[in-house]
Design a protein around this ligand. Structure first.
Ligand SMILES: Cc1cc2nc3c(=O)[nH]c(=O)nc-3n(C[C@H](O)[C@H](O)[C@H](O)COP(=O)(O)OP(=O)(O)OC[C@H]3O[C@@H](n4cnc5c(N)ncnc54)[C@H](O)[C@@H]3O)c2cc1C
Length: 378
């Protein structure tokens, strides 16, 4: 039997789950369809850093990220940090002496935007992160309001809240077929077990979105779903004495990122990601060993724990638009069809979901043209 909800969302990553939550709050009959488990796409392989530090060069995009951060503060005051999987501590980004000037320029830009950030001397930074060695004359930028999110826990939280508000949250129900009837103005969404007919279809299906949309119109899918490939490697270390190696998100230099994780320590590396971008078949074990060697050089006191730690490696793909800005909103020429794609989705998805749900239900634009599908042509 065909079901007729008001809204169908395809994809249960952080973005789809945040949309389900938003429509649930407004008591709209909504179905969320996730092909596997909630949070198993890019969301499940994310570093989970809620931030605006690296976004100061573009004031509109910076403001969007700031609004993304504020959305977490609102959710946190309503539900509490633990329920969301949020933790505090800020972030610390270290620049060696030869990059100190550019760090200070960045500081100025962010302070001009009234962002809470301060520059710390090596001694001050060492009091925040005693396990790290700081080069003399290095500059560290400390952003106290940035946070860490457990992205899968948060996505499940959103899914559970949406379900309480009578959204049908369907896991392990992959969409197999999409079609549009321009006569009735409806979309038909087929899974193995069900068929849904809706006037509002939102594709929040990450890197699968072009293929799904392509079932409706392959040319339009090419035009509007403009994503580039961007692999990301994450290494989780678990074992003894790892929980205090770092106390917050730390960029110690050399492209390395670290943060505490529930099992110990989470590592990522811009250098490893660039190598995977160049060579998709690069050996993950070799890259992982290289990352760990870089960590050992910067955290000598934790060498034994780092060497003995159990390693778990995850390879993800970012949902990265070609211009690195979100692709969110109505698709020109396809009434009722919406895209919900973004990088920095941990920071941005809850706020973008709020904007998109408001726009769909009010008919009033809430998003800047620079973030809409129509920027790729109409
Ligand atoms: C390595 C890495 C590190 C990152 N670090 C950060 C960070 O520190 N801070 C930050 O803000 N952002 C970060 N990001 C980006 C962020 O994780 C993503 O922008 C965000 O998770 C995207 O969420 P999404 O819901 O749009 O996509 P996804 O999480 O990919 O969700 C899409 C979902 O659609 C489902 N799906 C696909 N096809 C179908 C189908 N046919 N039927 C049903 N379901 C389907 C998939 O199973 C998937 O669950 C990082 C990303 C990566 C990869």
């Amino acid at each position: 039997m065909i079901q007729i909800p008001d809204v169908v969302i395809v994809g249960g990553g952080i973005f789809g789950a945040a949309l389900a939550y938003e429509f649930g709050k407004r008591t709209i009959r909504t179905v969320l369809l996730e092909g596997t488990a909630l949070g198993s796409g890019a969301t499940g392989t994310s570093f989970g850093w809620i931030n605006a530090l690296s976004k100061g060069d573009d004031s509109d995009y910076f403001a969007l990220n700031l609004a993304g951060m504020s959305t977490y503060e609102k959710l946190s005051s309503e539900y509490g940090e633990d329920a969301l999987g949020l933790s505090n501590g800020g972030s610390l980004t270290v620049s060696p002496s030869n990059e100190a000037n550019s760090a200070l320029n960045r500081l100025q830009t962010l302070q001009d935007l009234h962002y809470p950030v301060v520059a710390l001397s090596p001694g001050e930074a060492a009091s925040l992160e005693p396990g790290l060695t700081f080069e003399e004359n290095s500059v560290s930028l400390y952003c106290p309001s940035e946070r860490i999110l457990d992205p899968v826990k948060f996505t499940r939280f959103l899914g559970n809240e949406a379900a309480k508000m009578r959204v049908a949250v369907k896991e392990y129900e992959p969409v197999r077929e999409l079609s549009m009837s321009s006569v009735s103005g409806t979309y038909t969404v087929r899974t193995e077990t069900n068929s849904y007919s809706t006037r509002v279809l939102i594709l929040a299906s990450g890197t699968s979105t072009r293929a799904l949309f392509g079932q409706i119109d392959p040319q339009a899918a090419q035009r509007f779903v403009k994503l580039k490939r961007s692999p990301g490697l994450l290494v989780t270390l678990s074992g003894e004495n790892l929980s205090n190696v770092v106390r917050r998100v730390v960029y110690p230099g050399g492209g390395l990122h670290l943060r505490p994780s529930p099992s110990g320590l989470l590592l990522a590396s811009d250098i490893a990601d660039a190598e995977l971008d160049r060579n998709p078949t690069a050996d993950l074990a070799t890259l992982t060993s290289q990352i760990i060697e870089t960590v050992l050089a910067r955290f000598p006191d934790s060498a034994t724990s780092l060497r003995e730690a159990k390693r778990e490696v995850m390879l993800g793909q970012r949902v990265l638009p070609v211009d690195e800005h979100p692709i969110v909103g109505a698709v020109p020429g396809f009434p009722g069809l919406f895209l919900a794609l973004t990088h920095s989705g941990i920071t941005l998805a809850p706020y973008l979901a709020h904007l998109l749900a408001t726009e769909i239900l009010s008919g009033q634009p809430t998003l800047l043209p620079a973030y809409r599908p129509e920027r790729f042509g109409v």
